[in-house]
Design a protein around this ligand. Structure first.
Ligand SMILES: [Zn+2]
Length: 261
C-alpha cells in the first residue's frame, strides 16, 4: 500500500495548503493561512501524515466503519510519523489526548479510533524517540454533547456544531501540561479548535495537534465567500466565536451513513 504524504506550501499553524502570496509570510519560518491570521486557533501547530484520499481513506474507513482493527497498527505507524514532525519543536513531555467520541457514538462503534491510533503511535514513538515522554490520557477530554455529523457542513457550520462540545473530566490533570491532541482526520480544524480551546481554558500550557489525514475542503469551496465573511466577523468580535445561529437555517441533515469527522 502506498500512502501519499503532504506536499507544497502549508500554513505553519493549521497545515492548510497555501498559495505563495507574500502576505502569508509572517517571517521566513512562519507562514499562516487567512483563517489562522484572522482567528488564531488555541493550538500551536497541527500536523498530518497525508491527504485523506485513496488508500488512506480506505484504510480509515476499514477501521472506523468495518471495524478492521488490524488497520489501526499500520495507521498508528503513520500517525507516529505525523507526530514525529513535531519532534524538536513540541515539548519533550506531553499528555496525549485522543479526540473523544460522544458516548452514543461510542456505543454505536464500540471503540474510539483516535484512541486505538494513539496507542499504536505511542508504541512506535517509544522506540524511535525514546527521549520524548508522551503519556496517553484517554479519559481526560470528554464529549459532553452529541454533535451532528460534520459531513457536508461549511467551515462556519462546523465551528458552531462543535462549539462547547467538549469538557475536561478533571482540570488538575491538564493544568500546566503540554497536550498533544490526536485524531484520525483534520478537515476544517473546527474540532481541533474547539478541543484546544477547552483544554487551554482548563489550564493547559500548550496544545499541539496530530492527525493521520488532512481532508481537502472539496464541497466546502462553494461557500468560500461565506467563509471569508465569517472569519472577518470573528476577527472583529475578537472572541474567535461566531454569533450563535440556528443550525436549521442552513438545512443541515445528519446522516448516520456519512463519515463523522
Ligand atoms: Zn492555518
Amino acid at each position: 500500500m502506498t500512502f501519499p504524504v503532504q506536499k507544497g506550501l502549508r500554513c505553519t499553524c493549521c497545515g492548510d495548503a497555501l498559495d505563495a502570496s507574500p502576505a502569508n509570510f509572517l517571517s521566513p519560518q512562519e507562514v499562516h493561512c487567512r483563517a489562522c491570521r484572522l482567528a488564531p486557533p488555541r493550538f500551536v501547530r497541527a500536523v498530518a501524515y497525508g491527504p485523506y484520499e485513496g488508500q488512506m481513506r480506505e484504510a480509515i474507513h476499514a477501521l472506523k466503519y468495518n471495524q478492521i482493527h488490524s488497520a489501526a497498527r499500520g495507521l498508528g505507524l503513520l500517525l507516529a510519523k505525523a507526530i514525529a514532525q513535531l519532534a524538536g519543536q513540541a515539548p519533550s513531555e506531553m499528555l496525549v489526548i485522543p479526540v473523544p467520541l460522544h458516548r452514543s457514538r461510542y456505543a454505536q462503534r464500540g471503540f474510539n479510533q483516535a484512541r486505538s491510533l494513539a496507542v499504536h503511535a505511542l508504541k512506535s514513538l517509544r522506540k524511535t524517540h525514546p527521549d520524548w515522554h508522551l503519556t496517553l490520557a484517554a479519559r481526560t477530554l470528554l464529549r459532553q454533547r452529541a454533535t451532528k455529523s460534520q459531513y457536508g457542513l461549511t467551515k462556519r457550520q462546523r465551528r458552531i456544531n462543535v462549539r462547547r462540545a467538549f469538557s475536561v473530566s478533571d482540570a488538575a490533570i491538564v493544568e500546566g501540561k503540554n497536550i498533544l491532541l490526536v485524531d484520525d482526520i483534520f478537515t476544517t480544524g473546527a474540532t481541533a479548535r474547539a478541543a484546544a480551546l477547552t483544554l487551554m481554558r482548563a489550564g493547559a500550557a500548550s496544545v499541539w495537534v496530530a492527525t493521520l489525514a488532512r481532508a481537502g475542503h472539496g464541497n466546502l469551496n462553494t461557500f468560500n465567500s461565506f467563509e471569508e465573511s465569517s472569519a472577518t466577523e470573528e476577527h472583529i468580535n475578537g472572541s474567535g466565536n461566531a454569533p450563535e445561529l440556528g443550525l436549521g437555517t442552513f438545512g443541515i441533515h445528519s446522516s448516520q451513513d456519512q463519515p463523522s469527522f
